[in-house]
Ligand binder design. Structure first.
Ligand SMILES: Cc1cc2nc3c(=O)[nH]c(=O)nc-3n(C[C@H](O)[C@H](O)[C@H](O)COP(=O)(O)O)c2cc1C
Length: 316
C-alpha cells in the first residue's frame, strides 16, 4: 500500500507511516515492535544495556515482522558481540544512541543494514552524518528516558538544515497527530515515539507504571541522574534521565552524596520496588508528552490515531 506520508523515511524502509517506536530498554519488546510495524510504522526492540538471552527471546516474540533493534552505544562497547547477534537476525535497521558510533558503523555498513543514530546536539548530528548514519534522530530534552538539554522545536530544523540529504527524525514530546504534523512541518522525515508507547497494551512495564503514567501531567517530570546513581549505572555525561517525580526523587534528587552513602540499602529498596511496581520509589520513565496521554491502548490503535489526526491537520 502506498504511503499517505511519502517521506525519505517511508521510502527508505517501505513503510506506510513515518512513525517509529523508540528502542526503549525494558519496554520495547518484540510484541510491541511487531505491533507498530504491522500498523504501518517501524518497530524497534530496545536492546538497552544488553542481555543476550532476552534479546534472542524478543526477536522470537516479533515473529516475522520487519523490525529494527536499538542499543545504548556506550554499553554496547562493553559487549560488542551483541551487534553480531543483532545482525544475524537481519533487522530493518540498527539504532544506536548515546556514544561513539565509530567502533560499530563499519560493521553495520558491511552487513548492508541501515544505521540510525540518535543525537541530542547539532555537533553530534554532524558527526553522525560524517560517520555514515543513514538516518539521524534529533532528540529534544522533552523526551522520556536519557537525553540532554536542547529542545525539540529548534534542534530538529537545525539538524535538518545541517544534514541535507540524510533523513532526520524528530523525537522528544511527540505523542499525537499534532506532534507528528508539527515535526513534518519542521522538515523531519518522521517521528520517533517512546512515551506514548509506554502506555500501550504491549509495553513490558509493570501495570502500575502505566497507571501512574496516564495520571501524570507534563509538569510532573524531572531530568536527573538520581535513578542511575541508585541503580549504580555509570552513565557518561551529559546524559540524564527524564522520569516522573516521586517519593524517591523528592528524597534524593538534590542529595547524591547522601544517596551514595546509603547506596547498598537504596539499591536494594529500588530493585524491590521495581519488581513490586511501587511507583513512589521505582522510576516511571516518561517524557513531558505524558501530559497528553490519558489512556492505555493497543499500539496499533495509537499509530492509527496519530496518523489520522496528522492527516486531518495537514489537509491530506
Ligand atoms: C521508558 C523509556 C526508555 C527508553 N530507553 C531508551 C533506550 O534504551 N535506548 C534509547 O536509545 N533511547 C531510549 N529512550 C529514549 C527514546 O529513544 C526516545 O528518544 C524518546 O522516547 C522520545 O521522546 P518521547 O519519550 O517524548 O517520545 C527511552 C525512552 C523511554 C520513555
Amino acid at each position: 500500500m502506498p504511503s499517505v506520508f511519502p517521506t525519505p523515511l517511508t521510502k527508505m524502509f517501505g513503510i506506510r507511516l513515518p512513525i517509529m517506536l523508540a528502542p526503549m530498554a525494558n519496554v520495547s519488546g518484540g510484541a510491541l515492535a511487531a505491533a507498530v510495524t504491522h500498523a504501518g510504522g517501524l518497530g524497534f526492540i530496545g536492546g538497552g544495556y544488553g542481555d543476550r538471552d532476552w534479546l534472542t527471546s524478543q526477536f522470537a516474540a516479533a515473529g516475522n515482522a520487519s523490525i529494527g533493534v536499538g542499543f545504548i552505544t556506550w554499553s554496547l562497547a562493553k559487549q560488542p558481540e551483541l551487534l553480531d547477534l543483532a545482525i544475524d537476525h537481519a533487522p530493518q535497521a540498527i539504532f544506536l544512541s548515546f556514544g561513539d558510533l565509530r567502533p560499530f558503523a563499519a560493521r553495520v555498513k558491511r552487513a548492508d543494514i541501515p544505521l540510525i543514530a540518535q543525537v541530542q546536539t547539532l555537533r553530534d548530528a554532524i558527526a553522525a552524518r560524517e560517520e555514515g548514519a543513514d538516518v539521524i534522530v534529533a532528540q529534544g530534552t522533552e523526551a522520556g528516558g536519557h537525553g540532554a538539554s536542547r529542545g525539540t522545536l529548534s534542534l530538529v530544523p537545525e539538524v535538518v538544515d545541517a544534514c541535507a540529504g540524510v533523513p532526520v527524525v524528530a523525537a522528544g514530546g511527540i505523542v499525537d497527530g499534532r506532534g507528528l504534523a508539527a515535526a513534518l512541518m519542521l522538515g523531519a522525515a518522521g517521528v520517533l515515539c517512546g512515551t506514548r508507547f509506554v502506555a500501550s497494551a504491549e509495553s513490558l512495564v509493570h501495570a502500575n507504571v502505566r497507571t501512574a503514567a496516564v495520571a501524570a501531567t507534563g509538569d510532573d517530570t524531572l531530568r536527573s541522574s538520581v535513578f542511575d546513581v541508585a541503580r549504580n549505572i555509570d552513565w557518561p555525561k551529559p546524559w540524564t534521565m527524564r522520569t516522573l517525580r516521586n517519593g524517591f526523587t523528592a528524597q534524593w534528587a538534590e542529595d547524591f552524596d547522601g544517596l551514595r552513602e546509603n547506596a547498598g540499602r537504596e539499591a536494594a529498596r529500588y530493585a524491590q520496588a521495581r519488581e513490586a511496581g511501587d511507583t513512589d520509589v521505582a522510576a516511571v520513565i516518561v517524557g513531558e508528552g505524558i501530559g497528553l496521554v490519558h489512556e492505555v491502548a493497543p499500539a496499533a490503535q495509537l499509530v492509527r490515531q496519530m496518523a489520522d489526526e496528522a492527516i486531518r491537520l495537514l489537509g491530506r
